[in-house]
Unconditional design. Structure first.
Length: 216
């Protein structure tokens, strides 16, 4: 007599399980951030108790808190804290502002320079607030295209100028130290709002950005 075939169903890999199925929904919440980093170190086949790694979970926790502090900051409040009525209707440019951020795909750094310009319509922004605005969006898990647009849109919403232009030139470690491993590549993104869509204004902005700094 033939016996019925028994089919054993293979278990789902952890990556295919829902949070609830994998026991992660409540389980991970019971562990501190430092404990999670300690676990990761062990999974890299390292000894988290050796001298050089003993304080690493604490250091990484503080480092990541700093590198993602933009989530706790409000860009509108920063800009509106220094708005001034000024009779000026020509282009204002703040260029070569250093930027450091983390790629949201691999959590590796990308860094470069940001150039911001706007044409006021009755109000100007305190100059120091533009680098602060850049940091608000850069200190998050980001992609370069998004942070470029967020900077431009925030300025437009805060003071309703005649137009805004933003250009970012950056290098990405996710392309340099892994993946395609191209060391000299640079990514350039731009966001134009209002009158910066017009070719004369756009052309003036890009021309001024390309000029080498005077070294003042």
């Amino acid at each position: 007599m033939a016996h019925p075939m028994v089919v054993t169903k293979a278990p789902k890999p952890v990556s295919a399980l829902s949070k609830t199925e994998a026991g992660l929904e409540s389980g991970l919440a019971d562990y501190s951030t430092q404990e999670l980093y300690r676990e990761l170190i062990g999974r890299f086949h390292e000894d988290p108790d050796r001298d050089g790694l003993l304080a690493t979970p604490s250091r990484v926790e503080k480092s990541m808190a700093f590198l993602t502090k933009g989530y706790q900051q409000n860009p509108t409040e920063i800009l509106r804290g220094a708005l001034f009525d000024v009779d000026y209707d020509e282009m204002v440019i703040v260029k070569d502002v250093e930027m450091f951020s983390l790629c949201e795909h691999h959590m590796l750094p990308f860094w470069g320079r940001v150039h911001v310009a706007y044409i006021p319509d009755g109000k100007v922004i305190g100059l120091s607030k533009i680098p602060r605005l850049i940091d608000v969006f850069a200190r998050r898990l980001q992609v370069q295209e998004r942070v470029t647009r967020q900077i431009a849109d925030s300025i437009q919403e805060a003071i309703a100028p005649r137009g805004v232009g933003v250009v970012i030139e950056a290098r990405h470690m996710c392309m340099m130290m892994r993946g395609v491993e191209k060391q000299q590549s640079t990514t350039v993104t731009s966001a134009m709002v209002g009158c910066f869509h017009d070719q004369p204004t756009r052309g003036e902005f890009l021309s001024l950005v390309r000029q080498p700094s005077s070294g003042i």
